[in-house]
Design a protein around this ligand. Sequence first.
Ligand SMILES: Cc1cc2nc3c(=O)[nH]c(=O)nc-3n(C[C@H](O)[C@H](O)[C@H](O)COP(=O)(O)OP(=O)(O)OC[C@H]3O[C@@H](n4cnc5c(N)ncnc54)[C@H](O)[C@@H]3O)c2cc1C
Length: 470
Amino acid sequence: MEQIYDYIIIGGGIVGISTAWQLQQRCPDKRILVVEKEDTLARHQTGHNSGVIHAGVYYAPGSLKATFCKEGEQATKAFCRQHNIPVEVCGKLLVATNTDELARMDALYERCLENGIDVEKLDEATLKSREPNITGLGAIFVAATGIVDYRLVTQKMAEAFVSLGGRIARRSEVISLHESPETIQVGCKSDGQPFMLRTRFLISCAGLMADRITRMLGLDTDFQIIPYRGEYYRLAPQHNKIVNHLIYPIPDPELPFLGVHLTRMIDGSVTVGPNAVQGWKREGYGTLNVSARDITDMVRFKGFWKVTAKHLKTGLTETKNSWWKPGYLNLVNKYCPQLTTKDLQPYPAGIRAQAVLSDGTLVHDFLFAESPRSLHVCNAPSPAATSAIPIGRYLCDKILTVQQPDTTSHTQQAGSKPDSDSTTDPYAKHNQHRSSASDPDQSQEQSQKQNALESQEDTQKKSASVPASS
Ligand SMILES: Cc1cc2nc3c(=O)[nH]c(=O)nc-3n(C[C@H](O)[C@H](O)[C@H](O)COP(=O)(O)OP(=O)(O)OC[C@H]3O[C@@H](n4cnc5c(N)ncnc54)[C@H](O)[C@@H]3O)c2cc1C
């Protein structure tokens, strides 16, 4: 007989796994499956980031980012304590290097206070005494900021999920979705072989592929994912003690990126970065990686041209600095003058999944969409790793309070209440449900389901000795 899952979650990044783990805790009797196309979890954004547990400095008060980040900072630290995951609460300095930045720094200081974050203003001399290798006119110090390895956090959450009875199917890519009044049929592919699953409810946490999943269901959500590479260097090991805290510039408030920073990593090294340059392949980490499909999708999307035109000068400067190391170095020399190009060693890039609306707006806050039987995380940029526990809780609350879903879909962003009228939400559009899958061949389905279950069992075997988490 065909197995029907109560919940299928697409995506084995930190958001999908956190959601799966919390949903299984809250619904111990439900059959929950995570499908992940890669053979390891946290392969994409979750495994290619700065590893910072953010305190929530930058985000508009009352936005989902501000709320989730603050909660997430504490929840992540608590989870790590409980699961013996190394965390260092080293604190962060935002350093102003000119008078313009001093004014913006003051605004960020006020924002910290509004967001209820403990913050301290430092003058030039105090900054020098705390960070002898850093130069600036002043700084703000945020003590709660920490560092962690988010791959390890995701792995521990996955083990906790599996120990509660949840299943994870790796090497299983979702390629089609068809929603009917009772279920969603989930077409997958594993090692080139198609197979079909069915679920009563679908949750998509697909990161760089979020828009492709909503399109498979025919949701008309007015956003597309544009990939922005975040390129890093690692400092030569003799500089591992160059800073005592994380050192950030004062960011451009127009952009959702924080600027090239000096980040102490949990392994003791120090990275410089990330910048923000156009990516030409969503999941291609090499400098020269391009994807015809990804480029075609981008150039057909008018939001891409609008956002590119709007930020053309910044984009060109970032691109120049990406190819020209002295230009990149200047960004960090502003506050750390002693570093030279020889100190910048190669380090893997990350790629941000940035939702852009068709009018060219860069979506700053978390963004969600839904259909009667599905819920989608459409934009989960930084600090979504920090915020993964509250995002997962939010999704669980939303799923478990939906009694009888209505027949429209809508997209929700910061400030819009989860159940707000979609017509008042500028990001909302009504859904026209369309099928993107053909009906399954039953016998093929049976054999391919077996394939998927084998990979689930792999996971269970690997996690057999892991105790259940509370
Ligand atoms: C350069 C960089 C630096 C960052 N620094 C920080 C930081 O310091 N602190 C912080 O809090 N946040 C940071 N972030 C943000 C954070 O890493 C991400 O917001 C977070 O990891 C998003 O998690 P996710 O689970 O939504 O996405 P992902 O980790 O990208 O996971 C999505 C998963 O979905 C899978 N998937 C996609 N499509 C399919 C499909 N069709 N079928 C099956 N599986 C599919 C993918 O393989 C992937 O594993 C940074 C991000 C970047 C890129």
